[in-house]
Design a protein around this ligand. Structure first.
Ligand code: AMP
Length: 362
């Protein structure tokens, strides 16, 4: 089985690391010369709009999947003429546009913070008048890791906000005073069976995920599963999807979905019976899904900018290092580590040991 992957970053790399033992082969299409997945398969070095190279990809693989959601609609439509594409075009269309996404949640009775579309500075002023401050202005498309968004705390922040985000279509969302952020990684098979990993608690800073903890059974697990199943079934989704929620007043408000394997699911490589990467591949290739049960407790920590010295990390018990082989760049995710333990106290101690190495490295 040969899988085409649009994008050749660390998610593509981890897909290949999971699929290679199953006998799968990978072809990545990515415009970057130094795409970090390229060492694990073939690399078609081309732009996402380049029909000639997209056709070349389609001709040599059994199916195509994606490692990011901002794939141009035209790319998906073009590929779909020649080869099965998972997840489907409609899932990508919704997930890459924050307005369509929020409208879908609302139509499925999934709670969301108040929001309004903003296509001009006048729209923004009207939206602020009805939603109030603080609020978050976000570009409808192409936002990730906190990029393409701006928190508006007071009236003085409103004046230039629309222009500062590039005067592109946006949405304004009420600022959610959440008590925590959680995400659910789910996988749905071609015949409509869904499995869910344990809900994980996430910590962000500057809009970038820092730590995900899969520890105790979360009291909101079944509610998160109910909301996620509603979206998966509505889209007739195939593959792994991540659903990010805000935890507030003992309930959940939907933030966003990612129609792909997700950073907050990296812990599943060592911390679950079958990883999110293997389960995504199982789903799209029509294999039975693997168990999503966790093995003890796990925590994943991202390395931003640089990976601490491997000698230090390797000395920490049950610590599993992933260095993506990417060049240094401020704010770039270049690796992660997952620590495991039978109990949460030891887990936190091991996490603190990694954090100390990260500080020492600075
Ligand atoms: P997003 O790209 O929408 O996931 O936003 C990145 C991060 O910004 C989230 O994980 C939150 O920490 C924060 N954030 C986004 N939207 C809101 C909101 N409406 N209220 C409060 N914090 C938010």
């Amino acid at each position: 089985m040969k899988i085409g992957v649009i994008g050749g970053g660390q998610l593509g790399r981890m897909l290949a690391l999971a699929g290679t033992p199953l006998g799968m082969k990978f072809v990545f299409l990515d415009p970057a010369h130094d795409a970090c997945a390229a060492t694990l398969g073939e690399h078609i070095h081309a732009d996402y709009h380049d029909h000639e190279h997209l056709r070349q990809l389609a001709d040599q693989v059994d199916m195509v999947t994606f490692e990011f959601e901002s794939v141009p609609a035209d790319t998906v439509a073009f590929l779909s003429q020649f080869v099965p594409v998972y997840p489907c075009a409609e899932s990508l269309r919704i997930a890459r546009d924050r307005l369509l996404e929020k409208n879908l949640f609302r139509s499925l009775q999934i709670p969301v913070a108040p929001f309004a579309p903003v296509d001009s500075q006048t729209d923004l002023e009207q939206a602020v008048a009805s939603i109030g401050l603080p609020a978050v202005l976000k570009t409808r498309t192409l936002g990730y890791d906190g990029k393409g968004q701006k928190v508006l705390r007071e009236t003085a922040d409103v004046g230039q906000a629309f222009a500062e985000l590039g005067s592109v279509p946006c949405i304004l969302e009420a600022f959610v005073e959440f008590s925590g952020e959680v995400s659910l990684i789910a996988v749905r098979s071609r015949d409509g069976i869904s499995n869910f990993y344990p809900l994980v608690h996430n910590t962000h800073s500057n809009g970038i995920l820092r730590v995900s903890i899969a520890s105790h059974q979360h009291p909101l697990q079944s509610l998160a599963e109910q909301y996620t199943a509603a979206v998966l079934d509505h889209l007739n989704y195939v593959g792994v999807m991540a659903f990010e929620f805000f935890e507030i007043d003992g309930g959940l408000k939907a933030n966003e979905i990612a129609p792909r394997v997700h950073n907050s699911g990296h812990w599943t490589i060592e911390g679950a019976e079958c990883s999110q990467f293997e389960n995504h591949l199982r789903a799209i290739t029509g294999l039975p899904l693997g168990s999503t049960a966790k093995l003890g407790e796990s925590a994943m920590i991202n390395f931003i900018g640089s990976v601490p010295a491997i000698s230090g990390l390797a000395a920490i018990a049950d610590c599993h290092v992933h260095d993506y082989g990417k060049a240094f760049k401020e704010g770039r995710k270049v690796g992660h580590a997952t620590v495991r333990s039978a109990d949460s106290e030891t887990l936190r101690r091991r996490l603190a040991e990694i954090e100390a190495l990260m500080v020492a490295d600075k």
